[in-house]
Design a protein around this ligand. Structure first.
Ligand code: DGJ
Length: 718
């Protein structure tokens, strides 16, 4: 007997058909439940998403809701998750539940739900991976058919999530070169809001592939119901948020289908990237901590492994260096006590020397006049000084002024019958061509084979695609955006098979590649070419919502007017610290300070890299910013207090700390002081209970408040 029920459960009010046969599919983490049910019409519904449901018997009673993976061409009038045109031109799809299975692996489980069209031989498998302890779920889909001829896929979301609340608040992050991840929160209205990019080689730039969606009211750091979502894809992405006439919201994350109709051959499997989300009813802070933990445990290469502190030469020399000058710079790295020297752009090209960004890209041989004894000599010299050596590569690109361009014009993405469109004087190589994949692999492989001492790579990608056309893909031009990203991953798979643990920084002309699709193969990313300490407080704040500190490279440079070295160092210390500065121009006190800072950082970096982040005061709300990292057993914490450009109106109240154990006693000690200065806080070196620190709090600005100053406090259980 079929029953019709009106359900009243959090986030879902719906009329739907109940299936008699299939029990609900209960995807649950420690604190969240996502319940899917099969209707009497055999379609799959999202019946519940919210706080974990405690009683299995009540989960059993759930039914109805919104169709999980909405199709196109039949009765649905909203944006579909999937749309395809069959080989006979029929543009409809109806997906019915066939079966599902769950595989448990430690504390994670993967559920695969098979859906099929009953008229056409099309199969979609929805995959949900549940990370129980981290409260994270990743969702993806695979699409396959057995029609006689190819079908045309025009929409292929990774999943679809449905919400029913009074109001929806979307937090997005937009930017540009050197001003990445600016946060904006707005109330969604009826219709479709889309956040997307069409950049080809990268996801991030103008829009970041991550968002918060708060239900009913805007969530704060510590309260409110929300999901945080991000897509693991280093290419064009799209998140659409559609509110219908009944105020129901559909969130559709996936590859951006713009100009990307995909011709799917019989038997070929189209796999979408994973959409990762976490649900929190305790605000954005908890959501970030969930994602950080998940990232370190599962998503980032060697997410819990150590990271190398380094001195980079980019801002110190740009293209203007030679062997002698570099070896001198090694002394700077040694003096600082960092682990590695990173040689940036400008070391290669002979027929077209790389003396600026106009030539040489693609010709990966050491420039004979700058480096007559090759990279090998640099590695040796670095080793002699007790530091490691790392190198910059931009393997996917070519300058027209290069031998590569002359030899392999067909390896380059460019339109026939149109002029080339250069950006930073360069073009993108056609990574969809297997020969180009071999070439890109060989750049890395040759470097590491010839110089086994190379201990780090910075992988850059300084332009997006414009006027792009692949000579290799021929009539399949609409596959280019998708194939490019897939082929990048293919090359990375090969590199990682041979060099599984080599630390590699993902960089894309500042923060262009900041996504978990890339971080599977990389150990950290370059968030921005803007290293001004004040700007970095905002930029690192923005990334911290989705990425753990050990992935956010933060270098101390000479950028930042009116900012002391101490301020810039304190800012870099809250991420993965490095330097890009002329150490020989430091005053003796600056050198002493920096040497101590590196030692201190090495001592406390575990807390920053692996601890829980509490964003206590937002630079978007006050002219200061306070963040804190607490280790897992709450015995140690590091607090960063940054004062921005203060105005007379600013009144800074006491700060209530977070994340401590109320019962424990902690000593508060200011660290990382500049030589000749003393801790000015009356609470310095005193002991308080966690309870006191989290309820009464401490005054972090007891004296005169001075713009662009900062403090670092170490908080240790007594
Ligand atoms: C862009 C990067 O973001 C910089 O750090 C630097 O590596 C330059 N490219 C080199 O060309």
């Amino acid at each position: 007997m079929l029953k019709y029920l009106l359900l009243l459960i959090p986030n879902v009010i719906s009329l739907a058909v109940l299936s008699q046969s299939q029990a609900p599919i209960n995807l649950q983490t420690k604190n969240t439940s996502l319940v899917l049910t099969v209707g009497g019409n055999n379609r799959l519904y999202q019946s519940y998403l919210g706080p974990r449901l405690a009683a299995p018997a009540e989960v059993e009673k759930l039914s109805g809701g919104r169709e999980v993976y909405l199709t196109a061409g039949m009765e649905n009038q909203f944006e579909p998750a999937i749309r395809l045109v069959h080989e006979d031109g029929n543009p409809s799809l109806e997906l019915k539940y066939v079966s599902h299975n769950t595989q448990q692996e430690g504390t994670t489980s993967t559920t695969r739900i098979v859906l099929k069209d009953s008229v056409y031989p099309v199969e979609v498998v929805l995959q949900y991976k549940v990370y129980f302890n981290e409260d994270v779920i990743t969702c993806s889909a695979t699409i396959q058919h057995h029609e006689k001829k190819p079908v045309r896929l025009t929409q292929y979301a990774s999943t679809m999530l449905h919400f029913s609340a009074d109001n929806y608040w979307l937090t997005q992050f937009h930017g540009d070169w050197a001003r990445e991840v600016n946060m904006v929160e707005e109330k969604l209205t009826n219709g479709i809001k889309s956040i997307e990019s069409k950049l080809g080689t990268r996801a991030n730039f103008y829009q970041t592939p991550a968002f918060f969606l708060s239900l009913n009211n805007p969530a704060t750091e510590t309260s409110g119901e929300l999901i945080a979502g991000t897509l693991a894809w280093t290419g064009n992405f799209q998140f659409t948020f559609e509110i219908d006439q009944r105020n129901q919201l559909r969130v559709r994350p996936g590859i951006n289908p713009f100009a990307s109709d995909y011709t799917l051959q019989p038997g070929e499997v189209f796999t979408t990237p994973e959409f990762t989300f976490t649900y929190s009813n305790q605000g954005k802070g908890q959501a970030s901590r969930n994602l950080h933990r998940w990232a370190r445990n599962y998503a980032v290469l060697d997410g819990k492994g150590p990271r190398l502190t380094l001195l980079n030469n980019w801002e110190a020399t740009y293209f203007n260096f030679n062997e002698e000058k570099l070896i001198e710079l090694f002394d700077g790295a040694k003096q600082l006590g960092v682990d590695l020297f990173l040689l940036d752009d400008g070391w290669f090209g002979n027929a077209f020397p790389r003396n600026d960004d106009k030539a040489g890209l693609g010709d990966w041989q050491e420039n004979k006049s700058k480096l007559p004894n090759g990279i090998g000599r640099l590695v040796q010299e670095a080793e002699k000084k007790g530091i490691k050596f790392g190198i910059w590569l931009e393997p996917e690109m070519v300058n027209p002024k290069s031998e590569l361009y002359q030899k392999h014009p067909d390896w380059i993405l460019r339109l026939p019958n149109r002029p080339e469109n250069l950006a930073r004087n360069q073009l993108v190589l056609d990574l969809t061509n297997p020969k180009v994949q071999d070439f890109v692999f060989s750049i890395v492989d040759d470097m590491l084979t010839k110089n086994p001492g190379v201990a780090f790579i910075k992988w850059d990608c300084n332009r997006s695609m414009t006027n792009a056309y692949s000579a290799y893909l021929k009539e399949k031009q609409s596959h280019l955006f998708i194939e490019y990203t897939r082929c990048l991953y293919k090359v990375m798979e090969r590199i990682r098979a041979k060099y599984p643990h080599l630390p590699v920084m993902l960089c894309s002309g500042g923060g262009g590649r900041t996504d978990y699709g890339g971080l599977k193969y990389f150990t950290e990313f370059w968030p921005s070419d803007n290293t001004d300490g004040l700007e970095r407080i905002f930029i690192q704040w923005g990334y911290s919502y989705f990425f753990p500190a050990n992935t956010i490279a933060a270098h101390i440079t000479s950028m930042g007017k009116g900012q002391s070295l101490k301020f810039r160092t304190d800012v870099a210390m809250s991420g993965k610290l490095g330097y890009d500065i002329r150490v020989n121009e430091f005053t003796p006190q600056e050198l002493q300070f920096s040497q101590e800072a590196v030692k201190t950082y090495k001592r406390i970096s575990d807390i920053i890299w692996l601890g829980d982040l509490y964003r206590i005061i937002s630079p978007y709300e006050e002219n200061r910013s306070v963040v804190m990292y607490v280790n897992e057993n709450k015995s140690k914490a590091i607090l960063f207090n940054y004062i921005l450009n203060v105005r007379r109106k600013d009144i800074f109240t006491r700060v209530q700390l977070q994340g401590l154990d109320p019962k424990k006693k902690y000593r508060i000690k200011e660290i990382n002081l500049f030589p000749g200065t003393k801790a000015g806080n009356p609470d310095n070196d005193k002991v308080f209970t966690g309870d006191y620190l989290m309820t009464v709090g401490i005054n972090l600005t007891p004296g005169k408040v001075t713009s662009l100053t900062s403090n670092v406090f170490e908080i240790t259980e007594e």
